[in-house]
Design a protein around this ligand. Structure first.
Ligand code: NA7
Length: 532
């Protein structure tokens, strides 16, 4: 039998759980469909060794319940995946969310019935439901991708993808392991497993500007401080451009004497997390001179830490500092001093194929017991486009986005009434502390549904004009920023075969501006949306 709800939420990660909480609070009936066999989204799938926050735990957690904040104590400044997953279960249990979550239910089709003005949803395992509204809480980095090398299926050893890691621990002791990728995920895995492996070979295409994470246990004294300052931390995140606790120095780098600049880089390097990336001088995303100086500072650190000068040069990135998220590292560079660790630079010797016994490059055949793919995701649009979403006149989202994603405010697409995306394309996610952005997205969307209900409207839909204007504004938001140097990154959609390359997929105007725009649009009776 087809069930009917006010709202269907797709995904039970950080966004989906909060959506359900908020919908219930405002009296909407809701059902969540989740592909995994457990809740948690990103923190359910990415259970690889070393997986942990890159935001400080206390700045990432939900802010909506004081009781929840007071009772949950994080053990580390950057907590690890098992603790994060436990936290999300704690939230789901505390607010009794699980009774409205259907696990193991991957949504296959989402089709708009124009006569009834209802969305009809069907999962891959045949569950059906209808709803007035749909919230896609499917995540930015959830559609994982394998490289399209010949022979990926042929490998006879153990193949693992970081985003589909098994629940049982994997034993690396005495094993010969190859890992493809050198992004934030690969860095976390490499530094965790290298001491165990008999041999670890890293296949690196692009080195990254890693900065020290400086993770540590939270002491009882610090805990008292966090309890006292919890609201201040959230308020600070509301003010900063990226929604993190890191505040830049208001001065432009080159107006500051060189010795003082270098001392600041060192201080930020010692502080850890995203300090050096987000807490630097105010022009660090626009001034090449400033970015190059930070790069030089970090390159010096790599040369100090890696004994073999040839290896060190391979590990020094060639791209502009700050144009990708900086992986947080602990002893990452020292790992490459181990005799058991090797690096293959794929720019020099590309992989030609995966064989039954290992990885073949132009130069060599590397035999392995285990191959790890830390090769990332079809970012931002991937999961939305894997579903068959069809709006008015049967038009698919794929068709609608054939020239790149088009959205109004990142939350709606013209021709898809009452369908919302949380953290879809054209939001500030590149620089955003995800939960901070998720909360404001969800609150706005659910507030909008309440407005419709209270004012007798049935549908809301982005207008074509507003969608074009917002999409254009997102492209413009990246103008003048150094991130344009790095078109080969997930925020330009380079990891998505279905995307038009070179289209900026995010909004780079900052988290405070994004929130103000939302408030303004709502205050003007949802300007840019058609209500009927
Ligand atoms: P990323 O940041 O997209 O990194 C993926 C890595 O995999 C990166 O080093 C890629 O190299 C590499 N890659 C992808 N495809 C290939 C192929 N075909 N051959 C060789 N190497 C490849 O994903 P992560 O999971 O590390 O991190 C995602 C986010 O999680 C991150 O931004 C943080 O916010 C947390 P490339 O750079 O494309 O040359």
């Amino acid at each position: 039998m087809t069930q009917q709800y006010d709202v269907i939420v797709i995904g039970a990660g950080v966004s989906g759980l909060y959506s359900l909480y908020k919908l219930r609070e405002l009296g909407f009936s809701a059902k969540v469909f989740e592909a995994g066999t457990g809740i948690g989204g990103t923190w359910y799938w990415n259970r690889y060794p070393g997986a942990r926050f890159d935001s400080e735990s206390y700045s990432y957690q939900y802010s909506f319940s004081k009781e929840l904040i007071d009772e949950w104590k994080w053990s580390e400044h950057f907590s690890a995946q098992p603790e994060i997953e436990r936290y999300l279960h704690h939230v789901a249990d505390k607010f009794d969310l699980k009774r409205d979550i259907e696990l193991n239910a991957r949504v296959a089709t989402v089709v708009y019935n124009e006569t009834d003005k209802l969305w009809e949803i069907e999962t891959q395992n045949g569950l059906r439901a209808n709803a007035r509204f749909v919230m896609c809480a499917t995540g930015l980095l959830s559609a994982h991708q394998f490289p399209d090398y010949e022979g990926v299926e042929s490998f006879k050893g153990l193949s693992l993808h970081s985003a589909r890691w098994p629940k049982e621990p994997v034993d690396f002791k005495g094993k010969k392991v190859g890992i493809i990728g050198s992004g934030p995920t690969a860095v976390q895995i490499i530094q965790s497993i290298a001491p165990d492996c008999a041999q670890l070979t890293v296949f690196q295409r692009t080195a990254n500007w890693c900065t020290p994470l400086r993770n540590a246990s939270i002491t009882p004294q610090e805990q008292l401080e966090f309890d006292r300052k919890a609201q201040d931390i959230f308020d600070l995140c509301k003010r900063t451009w990226a929604g993190f606790i890191h505040e830049p120095d208001a001065r432009a780098a080159m107006t500051v004497p060189k010795a003082e600049r270098l001392a600041r880089y060192q201080e930020l390097y010692d502080r850890g997390g995203f300090s050096l990336w987000l807490g630097n001088f105010s022009d660090s995303f626009t001034s090449r001179e400033a970015a190059d100086e930070v790069a030089e500072f970090l390159a010096g650190k790599i040369r100090e830490r890696v004994k073999d000068p040839v290896m060190a040069e391979k590990l020094i990135p060639k791209h502009t500092f700050g144009t990708k998220r900086c992986p947080g590292e602990k002893n990452y560079y020292e790992i490459f001093n181990l005799d058991t660790v090797d690096l293959v630079d794929l720019r020099e010797t590309p992989i030609t194929k995966i064989t039954p016994t290992g990885i073949e490059t132009g130069a060599d055949l590397h035999d392995f017991d285990i191959i790890i793919y830390a090769t990332g995701f079809h970012s931002i649009t991937g999961e939305l486009l894997r579903m068959d979403i069809r709006g008015e006149n049967g038009k698919s989202l794929k068709e609608h986005w054939s020239d790149g994603p088009k959205t109004n405010l990142g939350v709606q697409f013209s021709g898809f009434p009452n369908l919302f995306a949380i953290m879809g394309p054209h939001n500030p996610a590149l620089f955003c502390n995800i939960t901070r952005c998720v909360e404001s997205n969800v609150e706005w969307i659910v507030g909008c549904m309440r407005y419709l209900r209270d004012n007798g409207f049935e549908t809301i839909e982005a207008t074509v004009e507003a969608e074009e204007a917002w999409t254009e504004r997102c492209y413009k938001s990246a103008e003048g920023l150094l991130i344009n140097d790095m078109q080969d990154s997930w925020f330009f959609g380079s990891t998505n075969p279905e995307n038009v390359r070179g289209r900026f997929l995010l909004f780079a105007g900052g988290v405070p501006a994004y929130r103000e725009i939302f408030a303004d649009v709502a205050a003007k009776g949802y300007e840019g949306f058609r209500l009927s």
